[in-house]
Design a protein around this ligand. Sequence first.
Ligand code: 542
Ligand code: MG
Length: 214
Amino acid sequence: TRSTRPQRMLKAVQKNGTKGNPESVISAIDYFCKHSEWAMNVGDEKGSILDSVVTEVNPSTVLELGTYCGYSTVRIARLLSPGTKLITLEFNPVNAAVARQIIAYAGLQDKVILVEGSSGDLIPQMKERFGIMTFDFIFLDHWKDRYLPDIKLFEECGLLRKGSVLLADNVICPGTPEYLEYVRNSPRYESKYYPAHLEYTKVEDGLEKSVFLG
Ligand SMILES: CNc1ncnc2c1ncn2[C@@H]1O[C@H](/C=C/CNC(=O)c2cc(-c3ccc(F)cc3)cc(O)c2O)[C@@H](O)[C@H]1O
Ligand SMILES: [Mg+2]
């Protein structure tokens, strides 16, 4: 059967990237998306904002929802302190297989735990399966209508602590209206919008950073 876009992206990384060099993997994916095929990676503009928030938080426990090809996984993992690992959730096995190879090509496999499955099923298992008490940093980039149910799941499972930072992609395009309304009106969060553009386009989009107040 015909290859998928993530599989074609992986080929571009193996062709144009340098093994063990995360920056070259990021550049190879951005080049592929700008010159070959658009793909829904967070991209370079929003990726730089992601980088700055991760650097500011310097998290010890990290969760990503929606690995896709592993682009943001590589962006985050390359910035983590030695010994810190990020958990990333992906329920499409074909995408997960591509992401594992892209993460490994970047040389970051020891800093990443990619779990195949749905966030709805896996979030309640975080404590027992991975010994997580709370998350310092969470990046939301999966199905947009799942941001709100999943943040409520984090609260119910006691996975947030005073100061936990949630960063959400695509709050304008495709948009996450119910999630935005929740984090901007809830007294339990301090929210801030970072304006940018939809990856590799001039369309308006941005990231929402929400700090849990306990
Ligand atoms: C629901 N729980 C889940 N648990 C685990 N993995 C999940 C998941 N939901 C989705 N996934 C996976 O995450 C990925 C999905 C991401 C969804 N992202 C988008 O839809 C998206 C879409 C756009 C987009 C914007 C404009 C446009 F015209 C077309 C697309 C831009 C983005 O930056 C996006 O993030 C897939 O790999 C999917 O298998
Ligand atoms: Mg996105």
